[in-house]
Design a protein around this ligand. Structure first.
Ligand SMILES: Cc1ncc(C[n+]2csc(CCOP(=O)(O)OP(=O)(O)O)c2C)c(N)n1
Length: 804
């Protein structure tokens, strides 16, 4: 272990002005924490989490951070962000107040919690900014440790930009891969599996990341004794240490978090090696403190012993920084006092401006609402009740918009039996508030812009007499070949994807053709495969990340759900990560190779598209669509279709399958059967047999679960048949229930029903092994036949007598 601990009097390469500037920033950030905490305690903000005690280490880190570099950190990083002017004091307060305006809080537009930072990679139209002109910060999320998977990709992108010749021209994303990705993480979070998986992946990928561990010995109230073997991360990390002269492993630094010159020196060396040689580093900042406790949710006096609190005071990094400056006669005590006073005033001024900017539009809206309520008082028989509603609203010192909404709602209920002109105006005003609130909180779940996958024009597959028949995997193979040839930003990786071309050979031969950086193997690490993809996509690349089986998507689902799916929304269009997650599922054999956990998935990844092609031609069309757009999606290929022969479209690289457009596989007038994926073939077979007893089933493949049937094609079918059956392999109440709700509630299919709607999902247990296990665990031809027949029997027992 390299011990970079130096004495406080060690020389430093920064000028006195730079050092005093850092002292100024440190005090500013501390004042921000204190004033912010006060705002929460006084009720003006709901919750506060701050970076007090971590100021000095972050200033040292900021000193080596360059434009084009990336941060992937967590909620303690305010000093770092302030130092780079990647967030302003006023923006910090705006976020604390949940000011839902992207101008006020460019990180999250009021959607994220306080201290959740992120810079804007996209302009107002959704186009990429020049990321080389920005101090980039990926958008923070609250699950601790979840910042590390994406750090893998943010760092690895530098390798790709340096080593893949065709990417060199993308100069708005990289300058020859010189960018470093900086991660930050708390000591207690190092007990998360994701920490170790990410560290290992970064090491294996030899990527320029610098991870800083802020170690204050606690995770809320839990000490390192309960979190870390030997209570010492530096000890544990020793196995990752790079040997001199090699490129394997990390450079490790253990530095006291209050020792400014040592921190500066350590970061300078780490950054130099990472930038030039793509050598990753871990800096373990020890002896840190947390003077305000974990957050505004509780006081640390409850769990920190008195001697620990006393130590915290003594070793506060600001105190030590000040002592060091004074010991070098770099400034007089009075000068430092003055800096502190000036920064307090600056913070106060920013707080005031942020609060006024937050409140002013709401007060204006309150005035409008109150005036309108006043108007309907005139001539109303409910004038006194209305007056009370208005008085209550006016008396609120700092109203929220929900107070306005509730008051207007109450007023409208009160005058529901009166027709006055004022009432219409109030209804109109309320509708505007609802529309504005939708824009404030619901927009940007999916891209509203030109890069939306829903805007990709449909190009039908073209077949000629020469179109060859080939195995499904070969169709995909030709499709991926075309994609890799067309666009150097397409990067494919996953377990067995490189040398073998994936377990079903969709990428067979591609590594040889395009090189082992464009098509590569990974370790078995689903979470960081996803993170790798997110980081690459944040830096302008087009990853196709493979999760070998749908059953193992669960390992990646947290990152898909918390990070990828929320990204565009939580930044209100400020960042995007057009990741394609490729996986395969539904029917095969065995409990963990034939899952179809579609409802679990689709309900956790709103913000992504979920595509379930029934064969490989449809899958290829979806890949072509997605690669012409810039949105994240998961594509679930059908496991048992790779060897089934399909005809290769002549335009395999160009044809597209539109999202949200079901396909009618078979026409019929008695019953609409809605399904997807592997069930399509079984449903068609059942429909064929049913036709022999006079039941004509219309079979519809929904093709995409998110989005679902955008143009109401299923409703049109239901209007024709009056009966509907939803079939899939998911659990009862899973995706069949979702589809039923979509058709009956959203498409308003209910009035068209002549028979009770039915669902036929798999069993609630996992699919048992063996063909019989499968037969009785998933819907089979006989069950589909029977369920459809039961519907017909209930409608017309004479024509369809019971036979079972
Ligand atoms: C995955 C996850 N588990 C639990 C929490 C609740 N939580 C928030 S912060 C925290 C402690 C983190 O401690 P540490 O990593 O040392 O960072 P610190 O806050 O001390 O800087 C916990 C348990 C969370 N946000 N995410």
């Amino acid at each position: 272990m390299k011990d970079a601990t130096l004495t406080l009097s060690s020389p430093i390469s920064l000028s006195p002005e730079e050092i005093l500037q850092d002292y100024r920033l440190a005090t500013q950030s501390r004042q921000l924490s204190l004033v912010g905490q006060r705002e929460v305690m006084s009720g003006k903000a709901k919750f506060g989490i701050f970076g007090a005690g971590k100021e000095v280490v972050q200033l040292a880190m900021a000193r080596v951070f360059q434009k084009g570099d990336w941060r992937s950190g967590y909620y303690r990083d305010q000093t770092f962000m302030l130092a780079l002017e990647a967030v302003t004091l006023q923006e910090f307060f705006a976020q604390l107040y949940a000011h839902a305006d992207v101008q006020a809080d460019p990180s999250t537009a009021g959607r994220g919690m306080d201290a959740h930072f992120g810079t804007r990679s996209l302009d107002a139209n959704g186009n990429w900014n020049n990321l080389m002109q920005i101090y980039n910060s990926s958008s923070d999320i609250s699950p601790v440790g979840a910042q590390l998977p994406r750090l893998v990709g943010l760092a690895y992108a530098s390798r790709l930009y340096r080593e893949v010749e065709e990417l060199k021209e993308l100069t708005q994303f990289s300058n020859n891969g010189n960018e470093v990705a900086f991660g930050s993480v708390g000591n207690a979070t190092c007990a998360e599996g994701v920490f170790w998986e990410a560290v290992n992946a970064i090491g294996v990928l030899k990527s320029p990341a610098i991870i800083t561990i802020y170690d204050d010995g606690y995770g809320i109230s839990v000490t390192n004794e309960y979190a870390v073997v030997k209570q010492n991360m530096s000890e544990l990390l020793k196995g990752f240490q790079r040997l001199p002269g090699t490129r394997d492993g990390f450079d490790l630094y253990t530095v006291k978090g209050w020792d400014y010159p040592s921190l500066v020196e350590a970061f300078q060396e780490a950054a130099k090696n990472a930038r030039r040689g793509h050598i990753p580093a871990i800096l373990h900042a020890v002896e840190l403190t947390q003077p305000q406790g974990h957050s505004t949710s509780g006081s640390q006096e409850r769990y920190k012993p008195a001697d620990c609190l006393a130590w915290d005071e003594e070793f506060d990094c600001l105190k030590k920084f000040r002592e060091w400056i004074l010991s070098l006669d770099m400034a007089m005590a009075q000068e430092l006092d003055q800096i502190e006073q000036e920064e307090y005033a600056r913070v106060e001024e920013a707080r005031k401006l942020a609060w006024e900017a937050y409140l002013a539009p709401i007060l204006q809206e309150r005035k409008e609402a109150a005036d309108l309520i006043n108007q309907i008082c005139i001539g109303s028989s409910h004038a006194s009740e209305l007056q009370q509603i208005q008085d209550r609203l006016i008396s609120l010192p700092a109203p929220l918009r929900r107070d306005l909404s509730a008051a207007v709602f109450e007023a409208l209920i009160t005058v529901r039996d009166e027709e006055t002109p004022g009432r219409e105006a109030l209804i109109g005003w309320n509708q505007s508030l609802e529309a504005a609130s939708r824009e404030r909180y619901d927009s940007f779940l999916y891209s509203p812009g030109a890069d939306s996958a829903l805007r990709v024009p449909e190009v039908k597959p073209v077949y000629s007499t020469d179109s060859p028949l080939m195995g499904g995997f070969e169709i995909l193979n030709v499709c991926f070949d075309a994609a890799l040839a067309r666009d150097p930003r397409v990067i494919a990786f996953g377990e067995d994807v490189g040398r073998m071309g994936d377990v079903n050979q969709g990428f067979r031969g591609m590594q040889v053709k395009y090189g082992d950086l464009r098509v590569s193997d990974t370790g078995i690490r689903e979470t960081t495969i996803l993170g790798q993809a997110i980081g690459l996509a944040l830096r302008g690349l087009r990853p196709i990340a493979e999760i070998q089986y749908l059953d193992y998507l669960l390992y990646a689902l947290e990152i898909m759900s918390d990070d990828l799916a929320t990204l565009l929304w939580r930044t209100r269009g400020g960042q995007k990560a057009p990741v394609i997650v490729r996986t395969r599922g539904h029917r095969l054999e065995g409990i963990w190779h034939s899952g179809s956990l579609m409802a679990g998935t689709l309900n956790l990844v709103r913000g992504m598209y979920v595509l379930v092609p029934r064969n490989m031609t449809q899958a290829a069309g979806f890949y072509n669509t997605l690669l012409r757009a810039d949105e994240p999606a998961v594509v679930v290929e059908v496991l048992n279709s790779y060897r089934i022969k399909e005809r290769l479209p002549d335009n395999i690289g160009e044809f597209t399958v539109p999202l949200g457009t079901p396909e009618m596989l078979r026409e019929g007038e008695d019953l609409t059967l809605v399904t997807y994926g592997a069930c399509c073939r079984i449903a068609l077979e059942a429909a064929e047999r049913l036709s022999q007893v006079g039941v004509n089933v219309e079979v519809i493949d929904v093709q995409t679960l998110l989005p679902f049937d955008l143009h109401g094609q299923i409703l049109e079918s239901l209007k024709k048949t009056g009966r509907i059956l939803f079939v899939d392999e998911d659990v009862p109440g899973g995706t069949t229930a979702y589809m039923l709700q979509e058709v009956l509630e959203k498409q308003n299919g209910y009035p068209w029903l002549d028979s009770p709607p039915r669902t036929l999902p798999g069993k609630p247990h996992r699919p048992a092994y063996g063909s019989d296990g499968d037969y009785w665990s998933k819907p089979n031809i006989e069950q589909i036949y029977q369920t459809a027949y039961e519907i017909m029997h209930e409608a017309n027992p004479a024509a369809y007598p019971s036979f079972f």
